[in-house]
Design a protein around this ligand. Structure first.
Ligand code: PLP
Length: 389
């Protein structure tokens, strides 16, 4: 049985052994509730606060600025809806305007769509052909009744990094009090993040994208920024109710600590593999192109369009050859849908439908790249034979 090749690290990542090791005691003997006053409870509390320090360390934040959540989607919802409802209430219903980039993840888009159906107005700011927003354009979308601006740090499909610090400066020139959120779920642990240098008020991360388990996330909330909670309760200083997922957040903390220590070397290794992968694919597959910014991109993400190929079928064909990859979003019938990210970048529809994302990460090796270089060109060729362009 040939080794399975995992090239879908933007979908989720394996849990590192060191992370699992750190978690296990909290799934076994150290099961106390961190809100209990007795010793088992206080041991769990100490672990929660240690994890908070580790997450804060990765982001350049203070530990009390970290709120643990159940996932990246919840962090995004707490940030976007929590800020929007708070500002609306405090302004007596006046501040009901929100600004977002047109390439946000569904966690943000769907939250905004719910807010839109409840009387909020959303302005969507477009991107250029590489998927980057123009910070000045974001600034121009801001009005005096804008309560929140949200622009993701790195895109999950094409990997493009956004000029967040410039966005913050452009917004600050026109508004002193619009809250700035960035979804850094894809970039945390992969590229340096410093909340002070970025100037953001809110920043979302998710455990399973950086080698911690699924079902744990965190939101950086700058000191002084107040949000309406989405889950009411006294935990997390009244910012997020619910008994803490101690094992999960211990895993997240350990993953953040490892990422902070190893990031530079890891990013170099992964980027070298990615360059070999994308150069190989582009040279071996005729009528192919790379999407996303050529340089300002996550080190392990490459996204291709192949003319005359259905991306969904390509992913199935690769899976049969032992390679796990991803195309764009698929609807319930399994047919491909054009991704809103590629559409926003102006990629022509036939190329949107023929897309393939290969994403590398911790554990990726040269052998994975060689397997993809042997398999992808042949799979594309076969699919083109079945349905000629
Ligand atoms: N934001 C981005 C950019 C993502 O890529 C994802 C997951 O794919 C999320 C948010 C949601 O994170 P989670 O799966 O932890 O809810």
């Amino acid at each position: 049985m040939p080794r399975r090749v995992y090239l879908d690290h933007n979908a989720t990542t394996p849990v590192r052994p060191e992370v699992l090791e750190a978690m296990l005691p909290f799934l076994r003997e150290a099961f106390g509730n961190p809100n209990s006053v007795h010793r088992p409870g206080q041991e769990a509390r100490a672990a929660v606060e240690e994890a908070r320090r580790q997450v804060a360390g990765l982001l350049g934040a203070e530990p009390e600025e970290i709120v643990f959540t159940s996932c990246g989607s919840e962090s995004d919802a707490l940030a976007v809806a929590g800020a929007a409802y708070r500002a609306l209430r405090e302004s007596g219903g006046r501040r009901n305007h929100l600004v977002a980039s047109s390439v946000e993840h569904d966690a943000v888009r769907e939250t905004l769509s719910v807010l839109g159906s409840r009387g909020f107005e959303v302005s969507w700011v477009g991107v250029d052909g590489h998927g980057r927003v123009n910070p000045e354009e974001v600034g121009r979308a801001v009005r005096d009744k804008t309560s929140l601006v949200t622009v993701m740090h790195a895109n999950n499909e094409v990997g493009t990094l956004q000029p967040i610090a410039e966005v913050v400066r452009a917004v600050r020139r026109v508004s002193a009090d619009a809250i700035l959120h960035t979804d850094a779920v894809q970039s945390a642990g992969k590229v340096p993040l410093d909340v002070r240098a970025l100037g953001v008020d809110l920043l979302s991360i998710s455990g399973h994208k950086l080698n911690a388990p699924k079902g744990i996330g965190a939101l950086y909330v700058r000191k002084g920024v107040l949000l309406d909670p989405m889950v009411a309760g006294h935990q997390e200083k009244n910012r997020r109710g619910g008994t803490e997922n101690v094992a999960g957040l211990v895993g997240l903390g350990r993953a953040c600590e490892l990422a902070a220590r190893e990031m530079a070397a890891h990013a170099r290794e992964v980027a070298a593999l990615r360059v070999r992968l994308e150069e190989g694919i582009l040279s071996k597959v005729p009528r192919s192109r790379l999407n996303g910014h050529p340089a300002l991109r996550l080190p392990g993400t490459c996204h291709f369009s192949f003319e005359g190929v259905d991306g969904h079928q390509l992913v199935i064909a690769l899976d049969l050859e032992g390679i796990a990859a991803s195309s764009g979003p698929a609807c319930s019938s399994g047919a491909s849908l054009a991704s809103h990210v590629l559409e926003a970048m102006g990629v022509p529809e036939p190329l949107c439908l023929g897309s393939l994302r290969l994403s590398l990460g911790w554990g990726s090796v040269a052998e994975d790249v060689e397997a993809a270089l042997r398999t992808v060109p042949e799979a594309v060729r076969r699919l083109r034979e079945v349905v000629p362009a």
